[in-house]
Design a protein around this ligand. Structure first.
Ligand code: ADP
Ligand code: MG
Length: 235
């Protein structure tokens, strides 16, 4: 059974007196251990789909089976619980807390997950070291470069050891060299740690690190294919 299974997902938003449908029936499966890039022009429905995948928003109709559970049946608390257990997030704008050290930023999701203080500290340190930020742990976001801030955000996204990592335009604010470094990190997390990744981007260079590319246009999936020209972190 697929880890992620979207079945004929539609999404409408209130618009004037009526509703505007922006997803017109999305079908998309992701198997455990895959690294999937979601591509398409601005407004094609990538973020709306990602918000549904991340249990941040619900489909208007259709089904979403996450790890065998029909997510549409869950109430708000159950959704939050499955989200905490299953999914880490990385956003374009990093979304780090200002005037808060890298270490404290990475400890934050473990607070919600109920991990004890000592272990929060140890695990946050470990993950930051793994992200190459061992000497930056006590810096605030404002004292870090864009690439370093995004590495803190990735550390925060994986520190709860969720099996899925979701990223929406994670390199959108970065120059191309830094963006390559960040994409190699994602690829390493996928290949070495088996983390399943879904990543939204409109840049082919960024998508080239994924194992599979799903194209969106006007609220529909227009193609879904293995990435034959995958770039290797190990290469
Ligand atoms: N909360 C919302 N309310 C109304 N329209 C929305 C909302 N979110 C997204 N949309 C519309 O849905 C379409 C798809 O948006 P989005 O999923 O953000 O596209 P993408 O991420 O591919 O750029 C766009 O036309 C956008 O304006
Ligand atoms: Mg978007």
């Amino acid at each position: 059974m697929a880890l992620i299974d979207l079945i004929d997902v539609r999404k409408s938003f209130p618009m004037g007196d009526g509703e505007l449908e922006v997803l017109h029936g999305i079908d998309m499966k992701v198997e455990r251990g895959e690294f999937v890039a979601m591509m398409g022009p601005s407004g094609s429905g990538k973020s709306t789909t990602m918000n549904i995948l991340g249990c941040l928003d619900a489909p208007t109709s259709g089904r979403y089976i996450l790890d065998g559970q029909d997510v549409a049946d869950l109430d708000r608390d159950e959704l939050a619980a499955i989200r905490n257990a299953m999914i880490g997030f990385v956003f374009q704008g990093f979304n780090l807390l200002p005037r808060t050290t890298a270490l404290a930023n990475v400890e934050m999701p473990m607070l919600y997950a109920g991990v004890k203080a000592k272990e929060r500290h140890v695990r946050a340190q470990e993950v930051l070291e793994r992200m190459g930020l061992g000497d930056r742990m006590h810096h605030d976001p404002s004292q870090l470069s864009g690439g370093q801030q995004q590495r803190v955000a990735i550390a925060r996204g994986i520190v709860n050891r969720a099996p899925i990592l979701m990223a929406d335009e994670p390199t959108g604010n970065l120059d191309s060299k830094t963006s390559d470094e960040i994409m190699k990190l994602f690829q390493e997390l996928n290949e070495k740690e088996g983390i399943t990744i879904t990543l939204v981007t409109h840049e082919p260079d960024v998508a080239s690190y994924a194992g599979r590319v799903v194209h969106f246009r006007d609220g529909l999936v227009t193609s879904d294919e293995p990435n034959k020209a995958k770039r290797g972190a190990s290469a």
